[in-house]
Design a protein around this ligand. Structure first.
Ligand SMILES: Nc1ncnc2c1ncn2[C@@H]1O[C@H](COP(=O)(O)OP(=O)(O)OP(=O)(O)O)[C@@H](O)[C@H]1O
Length: 250
């Protein structure tokens, strides 16, 4: 049975390019005065997550909500294993598929077909899995002969089609989704949503960051409300979303 458990997770991200004082002033303006600190070595760090303990179980459909900069994307990255926590632990069981930055890892000078293979390998597919899914991916993205051309010749919508088709061809046990998609034109958008819904059904755990409360109510059974890098509230969807709405409108 799949699960993800975060225990006392704190994540500090170092920012090497910036001087302490000017950034500190900026963060104060943003109301995040506690999020930023200067280490002994003079390197400025942003505390992106602060002492987060939470457990997601098989069957959970989790919505992440919270203001801009609350830590939604960061917690998804920690769950995906992209960031290692500065303090605390992440335990998980199950194959994780992150759909966070779907175009990441695409190679401009390789053809569409070569990129299917590259991305597939990056996403943990085996050679034979890639071969067996290649046809279906090609059909889904409707790029026809373009698949034999380097993707630097693609429009941005065509790239997204390809990236989306590959990323969603993987069988996930734990699916992590950031508010991805301005996925191409209207007809593709429609197909993409149907494909995502199917992926949701097949995954044991789905965690998604979203700004649409209506969408969260429709798809999630639990909601995690993040606030300044910490957990403000975690529980059944309606309870948490109503509390968040009351907070935002107050
Ligand atoms: N690479 C980074 N380096 C330094 N700080 C970062 C980095 N990425 C994110 N942060 C900081 O971490 C905090 C959490 O950011 P995050 O992107 O997780 O927020 P979010 O809730 O996803 O926001 P949004 O709703 O705007 O997408 C913010 O203060 C942000 O400035």
């Amino acid at each position: 049975m799949a699960f993800i458990q975060l225990t006392g997770v704190t994540l500090d991200l170092p920012i090497y390019e910036v001087h302490g004082r000017s950034l500190k002033r900026q963060m104060m303006r943003l109301g995040r005065k506690n999020a930023i600190a200067e280490g002994n070595d003079g390197v400025v760090v942003v505390r992106a997550l602060s002492d987060v303990t939470v457990r997601f179980e098989s069957g959970d459909r989790i919505g992440l909500i919270g203001h801009n900069g609350a830590g939604k994307s960061t917690i998804l990255r920690v769950m995906a294993g992209i960031y290692a926590p500065t303090v605390g632990e992440v335990a998980r069981e199950g194959k994780v598929v992150p759909l966070l930055d779907i175009s990441l890892g695409m190679d401009d000078n390789s053809t569409g077909l070569q990129n299917i293979r590259l991305r597939g390998l990056l996403l943990g597919m085996t050679d034979s899995e890639i071969k067996s899914k290649q046809q279906e991916i090609a059909e889904f993205c409707e790029l026809g002969d373009y698949l034999d051309l380097p993707i630097r010749t693609y429009s941005s919508g065509m790239r997204v089609r390809l990236a989306f088709a590959i990323s969603t061809a993987v069988d996930a046990e734990i699916l992590l989704l950031d508010e991805v998609m301005g996925v191409g034109d209207a007809s593709f958008m429609h197909k993409a949503q149907a494909r995502l819904a199917d992926l949701h059904r097949r995954s044991e755990i789905v965690v998604l960051a979203m700004h649409s409360n209506a969408e969260i109510r429709r798809t999630c059974n639990k909601v995690l409300w993040m606030d300044n890098g910490g957990v403000r509230m975690f529980g059944p969807t309606e309870e948490v979303v109503s509390a968040y709405e009351a907070f935002v409108s107050s």
